[in-house]
Write a new protein. Structure first.
Length: 738
């Protein structure tokens, strides 16, 4: 302490320190100031007046006062420590770091100085160096929960989630009621897909702090990931009761309610989120998609124009999937996809590059999906997996979807050389596992669709990565090398709108399973609510693919064909009700709309026999539903658009030899629909041609398709082995091996 002052100043200084320790800051400040007036070089008083100023929230004054103390006495480590704290509070991070470095140089055993230095480094984004500082602090002092907690945060930012969990657990052993440590441990465990353990951590955070909104919210996210939607919604509700102003919670609640098919309630939650934060990332498109799912079309054109404007302005307006269902503009589809992927699944090089592998006579293919069960994608692909040439290819399935042990799950499990359930592994762990298994070509079957795991590919799971079948467009990710397509889907002049290189299969890009069984049951029209004598147009596409423009077309077609009806898939009762209202507003008798409930696939295929003509949608075509119709012998009429999703039905029709059912304009589409309904001879000839081509044309020739796809894989693999970058690949038909 300051010695060379009168006794009365020493007494005043001691009194000020006592008041300071009691928390009486203003009284202490007054005495420190009076001492400095008498003795301007009293560096201890200057220092402690700076500390009082910092404690009162005036960090600039604190830094200035402590700086004066340092100028008088530059050898005191504590001065540099406290000035560093003040500078950090002012967000002057580099000067703060220099001050902590000086404190450590003067007093290397100061655990707090090492700890605070780590905090500044973490704020600067230098996470590895921050960990080293925390290591020093912990080596000097092992009893601080905060030291372990902050090091855990640095590990979390480095995506070293296991190390983070270990540190959070150390922190709560020292301080059992440490809410932040319980909460962040839950977050780290959730990143590791240890979801039940994460929920237990959130429960402990809530027990320690019952109004911990974030813990309720993230617990809801964990339940959501476990597909426990009732529990997720209940947790979100508790978060909202604690704090109803958080848009993210309303957003996530809406997502869970969508999954539960409570679409009207979901829309309320999403609208609440929008009112709280109109620029919430990707919310605008989600609301529009939810409205499309229930066919709520008020303000549709204005909303669509707004969506387009937002994408053009590079805003985070919508997931790329929603955009391709609404905007047939390939340029905007790519732009929205790139915005989405850069935000949700940016490239991550934490695993480093994959070392070049020696050429192998057998190429190892990994297929990645959440849909290895009774699902549209697997209904198309099952026979492909069985037909792959095992002398040239080894197949490994990576499943991150439900294990329902249904018919298709059992069938595909038997078809793979290895089948691995990776639901509880993190994206990074799955990528690391893929590398360890030597996957040569990683094939993603999801893209930007529900339950996707694009994060796996962001870490680079294999030297060659391919987007295939599940997503009808570009995913916009720089780490996806190829997109499987065909010449109908992606004309050469459209290649610029795809971030991947295009692999052009002959025929159609879409694989089909010839083993799809059609029930022998003969349905009557009365059984499904159809009139006996009417011409039956049908569309079994998802309701969100029906736009007001499309519906207007259908109404004009129905009005031109007396007594005809339109048979639609009923995804939800609200959509059916709203479509009836839309028909009524257009002067159409609502009895001319008939709705089909969900049913088992073979039965659904059988009921196609009751329809006369399948009417496709635009801008998002029928995909599996078009194949279902053609497989069941029902002609499909389509209008080809610009983008991949808008040209799928045209691809299928070309591959089955029925290009005459492809139209280019809305007028042509309506005219041909009406002509076929009124000209039974022409329609019958089309049906006969479809029946003749069904088992001879390429569309349902799974053996030929498999050889073509294998040729594509071989071409990709040989380019990789030759050290060549991905490039567009054009294939011709391989030898048809039956």
């Amino acid at each position: 302490m300051w010695n060379q002052v009168p006794v009365n100043l020493q007494e005043q200084f001691a009194q000020a320190i006592s008041l300071h320790q009691q928390g009486k800051l203003q009284e202490a400040r007054t005495i420190y100031e009076s001492i400095i007036k008498v003795s301007p070089k009293h560096f201890d008083a200057l220092h402690l007046l700076g500390v009082v100023s910092a404690q009162s929230g005036n960090h600039q004054l604190a830094a200035d006062l402590i700086g004066k103390a340092i100028a008088i006495n530059p050898g005191n480590a504590g001065f540099y420590l406290n000035r560093g704290n003040a500078l950090q509070a002012l967000q002057q991070l580099e000067p703060a770091l220099a001050s902590f470095d000086k404190a450590i140089k003067l007093q290397p055993t100061s655990a707090v100085a090492h700890f605070n230095r780590g905090n500044v480094l973490q704020a600067l984004g230098r996470y590895e160096t921050a960990v080293s500082s925390y290591d020093q602090a912990i080596n000097l002092r092992q009893d601080s929960a905060e030291f372990y907690y902050n090091r855990g945060n640095a590990f979390q930012l480095l995506n070293k989630h296991e190390a983070a969990v270990a540190d959070y657990q150390r922190a709560v052993r020292i301080k059992p009621d440490f809410v932040g440590a319980h909460f962040n441990c839950g977050n780290a465990l959730q990143s590791l897909r240890r979801l039940n353990d994460a929920i237990a951590c959130y429960d402990r955070a809530i027990a320690a702090q019952p109004d911990c909104t974030d813990a309720y919210s993230n617990r809801g996210n964990a339940f959501y990931a476990l597909n426990q939607m009732d529990a997720a919604v209940a947790s979100y509700d508790q978060a909202i009761r604690c704090n109803p102003t958080l848009p993210e919670v309303h957003h996530n609640r809406g997502m869970a309610l969508q999954t539960m098919q409570r679409l009207d309630d979901a829309l309320i939650s999403l609208d609440n989120a929008f009112h709280l934060k109109p620029d919430h990332p990707f919310l605008f498109g989600l609301i529009l998609h939810t409205r499309m799912r229930i066919c709520m079309w008020d303000g549709f054109e204005a909303r669509l124009a707004d969506l387009r404007s937002r994408i053009e302005r590079n805003l985070r307006a919508s997931s790329s999937f929603v955009v391709l269902t609404l905007l047939d503009i390939a340029e905007l589809q790519r732009k929205s996809a790139e915005i989405w992927m850069a935000d949700k699944h940016p490239a991550n090089d934490v695993l480093g590059p994959i070392p070049k592998r020696a050429h192998s006579p057998k190429v190892r293919i990994g297929y990645y999906s959440a849909d290895f069960h009774n699902h549209a994608t697997t209904w198309l692909m099952a026979e492909l997996f069985e037909r792959h040439d095992r002398s040239r290819f080894e197949l490994i399935g990576f499943s991150f979807g439900p294990d329902r042990q249904d018919e298709m799950r059992q069938r595909v499990c038997a078809a793979f050389d290895q089948f691995i359930d990776v639901r509880m592994k993190s994206d990074q762990e799955v990528a690391r596992l893929s590398r360890s298994l030597g996957i040569d070509i990683a094939v993603d079957l999801k893209g930007d669709t529900q339950d996707n795991r694009m994060g796996i590919f962001s870490y680079r799971a294999a030297p060659v990565q391919v987007s295939y079948l599940g997503y009808p467009g570009t995913v916009g990710a720089p780490y996806m090398d190829y997109l499987i397509a065909d010449r109908t889907l992606v004309p050469e002049h459209s290649q610029q709108h795809y971030s991947e290189k295009i692999v052009y299969l002959p025929g159609s890009y879409q694989v089909n399973d010839r083993k799809r069984r059609i029930s022998e049951r003969i349905y009557t029209r009365a059984e499904v609510g159809l009139p006996e004598q009417s011409f039956v147009f049908c569309c079994f596409n998802n309701n969100y693919k029906i736009t007001p423009v499309m519906f207007d077309s259908w109404v004009r077609i129905l009005n031109a064909v007396p007594g005809s009806v339109l048979w639609l898939f009923e995804d939800n009762a609200i959509a059916a009700t709203n479509l009836r209202k839309e028909a009524e507003q257009r002067g159409l008798d609502t009895k001319r709309l008939v709705f089909a409930k969900r049913m088992e696939l073979s039965e659904h295929l059988a009921r196609h026999r009751l329809a006369d003509l399948f009417l496709d949608t635009l801008p998002c075509n029928a995909h599996t539903t078009a194949s279902d119709a053609l497989w069941a012998g029902l002609p499909v009429l389509t209008q080809a658009g610009e983008s991949f999703a808008a040209r799928v039905a045209a691809s299928l029709l070309n591959a089955i030899g029925l290009p005459e059912l492809i139209t280019e304009t809305q007028e042509q589409y309506e005219s041909l629909a009406i002509e076929l309904a009124l000209n039974s001879v022409k329609l019958r000839a089309l049906k006969e041609k479809l029946q003749q081509n069904r088992l001879t044309a390429p569309l349902f020739n799974t053996d030929l398709y498999t050889r073509n796809l294998e040729a594509a894989y071989s071409a990709m693999y040989e380019r990789y082995q030759a050290g060549l970058p991905p490039e567009h690949i054009y294939l011709s038909d391989q030898k048809d091996q039956k």
